[in-house]
Design a protein. Structure first.
Length: 93
């Protein structure tokens, strides 16, 4: 049995490098939004109101349902939360 090591869990579960990169980015965006919601002390209902989405959408976010969120949707939610997204592009390791 051969043990493989991966740079991230996304690299381990996704065969396509492009899809793994997409998942990594969505994961970081979701995490930043979740941390902001929690640091502000917002309930799911308050977060839904402030971000102009249904409460179920906030619930899905906080449950980590990554497949339900596009990068575009996450950037929109972060902007509505008053956050700015910076992007760093570099050579793949």
């Amino acid at each position: 049995m051969m043990n493989e090591t991966f740079a991230s869990v996304w690299d381990a579960i996704e065969d396509q490098p492009a899809e793994a990169e997409n998942l990594k980015l969505r994961s970081k965006l979701m995490s930043a939004l979740e941390q902001h919601i929690r640091s502000e002390g917002w309930t799911e209902a308050e977060a839904a109101d402030r971000l102009a989405v249904p409460r179920t959408r906030i619930s899905e976010l906080l449950q980590g349902k990554i497949t339900l969120f596009s990068i575009d949707a996450l950037v929109t939610l972060l902007a509505r939360a008053g956050l700015h997204v910076d992007l760093l592009v570099r050579d793949a390791a």
